[in-house]
Design a protein around this ligand. Sequence first.
Ligand code: NAG
Ligand code: NAG
Ligand code: NAG
Ligand code: NAG
Ligand code: NAG
Ligand code: NAG
Ligand code: NAG
Ligand code: NAG
Length: 620
Amino acid sequence: MTSETSPLIGIPTYKRKRPLFIAALVVAGLLLVLQIKFSDTHKYPPPPKIPAHIPFIGGPTWQVNNNDTVVATHGAVASDLERCSDLGVSILQKGGSAADAAVTTCLCIGALDTMFSSGIGGGAFITSKLAGTDTDAISIDAREMAPAAASRDMFQGREIASKYGGLAVAIPGELRGLYTLYKEHGSGNLTWPELITPVADIVRHGWKVSKHLALAFEIQEPAIRFYRKDWQFAFNSNGKLKQAGDWISRPALADTLDAVARNGSDAIFYDPNGRIAQSLAAKTRETSGILTAEDFSFYRAVVEPAVAFKGFSSRNLTVYTANGSSSGVALLAGLALADGFDEVNGTDFEAVPTQRLVESMKWLASVRTHLGDVGVFNTNATARQEHCERYSQFLTTQWIGRTREKIRDDRTLPSWKDYEPAYQANDPHGTSSLSVVDSWNNAVTITTTVNLLFGSVVHDPVTGIILNNEMDDFSIPTTQNAFDLRPSVYNYIEPLKRPLSSSAQTIVYDPATGRVDLVIGAAGGSRIPTAILQALIRIYHYDMNITDTIAFPRLHHQLIPEVLYVEDPLNTEMVKQMQLRGHTVEDVTHMTAMNGIRIKHGKLYAQSDYWRKLGIAAGY
Ligand SMILES: *[C@@H]1O[C@H](CO)[C@@H](O)[C@H](O)[C@H]1NC(C)=O
Ligand SMILES: *[C@@H]1O[C@H](CO)[C@@H](O)[C@H](O)[C@H]1NC(C)=O
Ligand SMILES: *[C@@H]1O[C@H](CO)[C@@H](O)[C@H](O)[C@H]1NC(C)=O
Ligand SMILES: *[C@@H]1O[C@H](CO)[C@@H](O)[C@H](O)[C@H]1NC(C)=O
Ligand SMILES: *[C@@H]1O[C@H](CO)[C@@H](O)[C@H](O)[C@H]1NC(C)=O
Ligand SMILES: *[C@@H]1O[C@H](CO)[C@@H](O)[C@H](O)[C@H]1NC(C)=O
Ligand SMILES: *[C@@H]1O[C@H](CO)[C@@H](O)[C@H](O)[C@H]1NC(C)=O
Ligand SMILES: *[C@@H]1O[C@H](CO)[C@@H](O)[C@H](O)[C@H]1NC(C)=O
């Protein structure tokens, strides 16, 4: 069948049984007219039947099997795919550091069954802490950047173009981020090719499609069929999309990875005259994009000190999280609020501690609305200064003290306006997270994404790369919403600027012992920072272990809409207590997937979110 290659065929009017040549003439004429008149609307695939950002299988539980937690003594990797966690551990066993293993694991999850969440066509945030007492963690911002030809109003009147097709594509940052991590914190024991080749080999040989990938294909089927000629690898010879258990391989991607390995760095990917950038730019242009090969030469990963909160909990811990265009500052503002109530020592879902946690989430969400990238090439000193002040105000004792006084144990504030949001926040999706600890106590955690399922759904068959739709994470000036909040001016599109991300992967370090205590990250768009906030409170205020912390249902409040989202299965007493405090409560099935490693009494407890995303950790 060829009907899926053209979105126009199948419109009922054309289906009359008439003499063939007349029908053909009519069709041809109408096609011409429609193409001229509606050319723009017809460049985009139909939307999926279910939202394109929740391919979670299963869900949280109160009944936890302890055998789900990997207990290791040397090193561990917690990612979304068992095979990639194993591959990361094999790098550790060869003398690699956490950074080395994180590079391999990250390339692996982006290439195999979670290729819909991430990959080298996307971007990442990395938090990395070297072992030892005297080094602070670093944050690497490898978020995508808007093409040089991008402009504030480029999606006006065609918001669909920020989701599907070439215009949605921003300059990929993933590979530069991973290469930067390798250079900054690699052990030196393994070469760049040794980190990449194991992934290329699997991708070339192929593997069996998981339930998860099959579901992602099914959800995005209309869009994948729209771009069908570029997605040959995802189809069986009978024209059906691959299903669970079918064999799949990506030889073009394997060739690209091998070329990057042979090159010895990321230079080959970002070379504007190289085959990779040229091919990606051409494919983007063919799908009505503006990304050029030259844009690749502008890409910069930003290495900064991680955002830090010192003095967390009665243990006086240091919490490091992502800097740059992430939501790290919002997470730490929320954490500082939640932590400041006299050592809560509550239990999970007890009324007052839960109320304090939810109120901290609402403030966290408000802080997010003040964030946005200033642009790595922005030389306006006033703008840079203003940006710096806007970020740092939330981590001051004045802001935290003044804000905490507004939090009531017996009721939520009547209106979202009481929480002082600046603008409407963006609402990112997708993502995958991974955490690694090695035998020296080096720790790395990465949040990586192509945004929505399979990003822009533009796949370049020459390089095998699926391109992101990160442009959708910018705020679009004309967007309407039910509240009288404007889209954030801080997050408007500018050439070579990064869209605001919700990444907030975290490393908790104990200065008293000089050791890392916890490494944790989450996937799930705007729900990432609240999920991590809740995990930190569960572990350090309620003394829960990493197994229960990740398995149990989570809460989420993002201020707007004014709804407390509660994962199934519900704790009905908690729901009642929150309703008594004025919260509108809604239950949802799945929200975020979380992967982390806790270090306790010299052992590593590695936990992937098996319950929601079938993740399995590994260790040795
Ligand atoms: C986690 O804590 C629960 C509740 O205290 C306990 O039943 C379980 O054995 C613990 N799991 C692990 C892996 O330590
Ligand atoms: C864990 O134990 C349960 C039964 O308690 C079993 O069904 C499951 O297969 C086990 N998982 C693993 C990974 O061994
Ligand atoms: C790997 O490198 C570290 C230093 O980064 C060194 O201490 C260690 O001995 C090396 N391990 C192996 C197996 O070569
Ligand atoms: C890697 O790629 C860059 C950019 O194309 C090129 O200049 C360099 O010579 C290549 N290095 C190797 C070892 O192939
Ligand atoms: C983020 O990094 C910048 C350097 O680019 C640094 O000045 C700043 O202190 C960091 N932000 C925070 C909140 O630590
Ligand atoms: C908390 O830890 C910091 C180091 O991060 C140290 O300077 C300070 O003295 C500690 N405070 C207490 C009360 O232990
Ligand atoms: C809470 O528990 C911690 C240790 O778990 C303890 O140090 C602290 O004193 C307790 N605080 C209160 C108020 O009970
Ligand atoms: C620099 O940034 C400030 C603050 O955002 C802005 O008011 C000013 O117009 C900018 N200057 C230039 C030359 O663009």
